[in-house]
Design a protein around this ligand. Structure first.
Ligand code: PLP
Length: 379
């Protein structure tokens, strides 16, 4: 990307690159066509709705985890959602059903409470089960542990499922490869295969990072085809979020000050890790910064400081080839998935704008945020 284009982008700003998004979508479409399955996008990971017209050229709909996500799907994906929420509130269920084609319940209690309503609304009913197999190092992201509140364990299911249940859903992956999908699919089949004959669909959840470089797409296609050949009556859905937004853009930011304290030089930025890139602190992971290196690989070292008052709102130091100066821009790579959907206005910090670099290489500002956005979340 040339400097001229970068100069046109305000700071701070999340910037999606359409060419990269289309590359991911084409890869996803290829798997769908080859394997005969349907991918839907998980809004919890990617919900940049100004790009939904592009998404709709490749996929039909989304999975929603709340009333608001279901409504966004209906209004902006122009289709009904596959909804799964860990809990549905009585005052929301009717509206949720009005935006949903499929609804998955997290417990037998919730199924009992709302299955009739779903059936009356002609929404296909499923339940989420726990396959009790996962390859996830961080507990925060592991929904398949034996005590997990997400999904019903085999031992808590009746021998015969109520007739109303037409689908089973599991979600047990997080940035995993096709070999983990294969293993979790076996675990799912082993535990819950006895119920398959009464079903119409299964949902293999998210966490399939099919757009990561090196992902064995052909292996995934083979795994899915094998499953489909064995159970031809079942429609198979996958609902990743990350895979859609993976490596499709960046967050532009600016150095506003450099503070020297103790042995640390900290570049104080006009963004915040806790407010704008919370997974860096939660997961945690170290974001890639364009042209920055690890400390031992470059002579000038700076911690990168967020603009909130949270003491831990910083990243340990990065190495740079030249000293940083006030006014320099830092580009945080791969900042599209699980960023915009998780931002807050903590401390009232300025929310980054949102923009797109289109296929012709032109920048378009989509949204700017201001005081009203902050104020409207409070009262
Ligand atoms: C039920 C469910 N489906 C799909 C996803 C999307 O997962 P990912 O963004 O890792 O593909 C999640 C993520 O937490 C989830 O909980």
């Amino acid at each position: 990307m040339n400097d001229n284009l970068l100069d046109q982008i305000p700071s701070p700003c999340f910037v999606l690159e359409e060419v990269k998004l289309r590359k991911n979508l084409a890869a996803i479409r290829h798997i769908m066509d080859q394997a005969g399955v349907e991918f839907i996008v998980a809004f919890k990971g990617y919900a940049m709705w100004s790009t939904f017209p592009i998404l709709r050229e490749y996929i039909n709909t989304s999975t929603a985890s709340s009333l608001h996500e279901a409504r966004l799907c209906f209004e902006e994906m122009k289709n009904k959602a596959h909804t799964y929420a860990p809990i549905y509130a009585p005052e929301e269920i009717d509206e949720i059903l009005s935006y949903s084609s499929h609804i998955t319940f997290n417990s037998m209690n919730q199924l009992k409470a709302y299955a009739q309503k779903a059936q009356d609304a002609k929404v296909s009913v499923g339940i989420r089960v726990n396959p009790e197999y996962a390859e996830i190092e961080t507990d925060l992201y592991n929904p398949a542990s034996p005590n997990s509140r997400l999904g019903i364990r085999k031992e808590n299911l009746p021998a015969q499922l109520p007739d109303v249940v037409k689908g089973l859903h599991f979600h047990a992956l997080c940035e995993n490869d096709s070999y983990t999908t294969e293993k979790v699919t076996h675990a799912f089949e082993e535990r819950f295969g006895q119920y398959f004959s009464q079903l119409e669909w299964v949902n293999f959840g998210g966490g399939h990072l099919v757009t990561k470089e090196g992902y064995q797409k052909e292996h995934l296609i083979a795994v899915l085809k094998k499953f489909r050949a064995k159970y031809p009556h079942l429609k198979v859905y996958l609902e990743p979020g990350s895979a859609f937004g993976w490596q499709t853009g960046f967050l532009k930011s600016t150095v506003l000050d450099i503070v020297e304290n103790g042995s640390a030089s900290t570049a104080m930025m006009n963004i915040s890790f806790t407010a704008h890139m919370p997974d860096c602190l939660e997961m945690p992971y170290r974001p890639e910064i364009r042209n920055a290196h690890e400390n031992n690989e470059a002579p000038y070292h700076y911690r990168i400081g967020g603009g909130s008052c949270l003491a831990g709102d910083f990243m340990e130091s990065y190495g740079f080839d030249a000293p940083l100066n006030i006014g320099d821009h830092l580009i945080f790579e791969d900042m599209i998935h699980y960023t915009m959907v998780k931002t807050t206005t903590f401390n009232g910090v300025q929310h980054p704008s949102i923009g797109i670099i289109d296929q012709e290489g032109k920048f378009r500002l989509v949204r700017k945020f201001g005081f009203e956005d902050y104020k409207n979340r409070l009262s």
